[in-house]
Design a protein around this ligand. Sequence first.
Ligand SMILES: Cc1cc2nc3c(=O)[nH]c(=O)nc-3n(C[C@H](O)[C@H](O)[C@H](O)COP(=O)(O)OP(=O)(O)OC[C@H]3O[C@@H](n4cnc5c(N)ncnc54)[C@H](O)[C@@H]3O)c2cc1C
Length: 478
Amino acid sequence: MSPQPTSKAAPIVIVGAGVFGLSTAIHLAERGYTNVKVLDKQPYHESLYSYTKGCDAASADTNKIIRAAYGSQVEYQTLALEAIVEWKKWNDELKTGKNVPAGLTTEDVLFVNNGNLTLSSHETLPDFEKETIENMTKAGLEATQVVLNNPDHVARAAANGFGFAVNPLKRDQNHGLLDLQGGFVYADKACCFALHKAEQLGVEFILGGSQGTFAGFLHDGSSRIAGVKTADGVSHPSELTIMACGGWTPSLVPQLDNLCETTAGSVFMFQLQPGSPLWDRLAPENFPTWTYDIRDGKVGGLYGFARDPSGIVKIGYRGMKFTNPQEQQDGVARSVPITRWTEPSTRQLPSTAAHVIRGFVQEHLPELLSCEVKSRLCWYTDSFDNHFVIDFVPGVEGLMVATGGSGHGFKFLPNLGSHVVDCIEGKQNGYLDFWKWRSLGPGQTPYNSINEGEGSLRSLHRQPLTGDDSLAPSTSHL
Ligand SMILES: Cc1cc2nc3c(=O)[nH]c(=O)nc-3n(C[C@H](O)[C@H](O)[C@H](O)COP(=O)(O)OP(=O)(O)OC[C@H]3O[C@@H](n4cnc5c(N)ncnc54)[C@H](O)[C@@H]3O)c2cc1C
């Protein structure tokens, strides 16, 4: 039997309504597939992708970085530029009332173009930023890149309305690069928007409780997967099953061993009060999205955002990757997410993360120290080379994965799924060459660069949560 569904009416089941599942569902429906069902254990219709309401997927978050700057990786630069065009269209769809999901109004925006600043403590521009300038120049977009210590560039940024974004931390030695095309999206709102869009296109969602929770595959007696069973005992037959379960995927599809691993980053959320002098200074119209020494390993790996409408200022740490290896039924230990909402749960986070974030805040935004702060672990699905994994599972008919976000998948919510559908339809596509099934060969070194949240399998900066690093309780103040 060919791996493609026999017709556009054939049943397709997607497990996971995060970025990978949502984007796939939208693009399947847009290409005419009429029998697409998405299952998720989270009741997103009610919880609206809010972490405070129990959502602990990578996609369920306050905000995520949008950048077009991708160093030498010109293929992701192109994909991100395409995504930004789509994000702007989604903003318009919301503003004009074409698609307004529950919990959002036409006053909301998804993508905010307040610039993406890559700050560096080094005096010379890191190679990644130099390569970004080179590739943006080749694309005719040189004017979108602002070298922070170049007065002509700074004047250009100001002339384009981005003067506020050049030195928001008021550093004496301000080194780095500002990408005028970047900014952030409100992640939870963007997921609600995408879910609603998919529903408008005819996709069925079964969300929350035992009805939405994947419990196992249906087999038809051969090596073919014939659908899935949910925890309520109901069968969902399908010609194609797509596992898009984020950090849970490697334990549900063990064939991903040696290709993907689930790792945690740490996130701090500072609560500003409306009267605070930081309220205006850190508003999105006055403050850009930023990263700091993002590829410098343990001592760097920081990123952050303008405050959100409720006054939350989010700062994340990804300088080290943390894992939670748990022995599974087949005797193999795989890292699985542990959060405030899982069973067992944790309210703790690695003390290295707390230490590095505290040091950064003390130096650059000391006013935040007196704010109430909440912290959380956020779980990535890292491939060893930081490319996504979108392919059929070898040797198993009827089963695909769409995963391996490797800390940079969110920005592609509007366009990623188109490539998943190309894969399903067997269409040649340059991206699918990067994202095909592969495994880390003997002696091969995993890619170890860190972007807004990137890491890699068995990288230098990875350690188990229970390893050398002690766990710090999440505190109400830093
Ligand atoms: C801290 C952090 C910061 C990041 N920052 C950025 C950024 O700034 N910019 C950017 O572009 N990218 C960023 N990323 C990456 C991006 O968020 C991810 O690539 C993307 O959200 C992954 O989406 P997903 O669909 O693969 O996984 P998830 O969002 O984790 O979704 C998986 C879904 O599967 C469901 N599921 C799991 N198990 C089951 C089951 N048994 N039954 C039913 N459902 C199940 C879950 O409930 C969940 O809804 C970041 C990631 C993290 C963790």
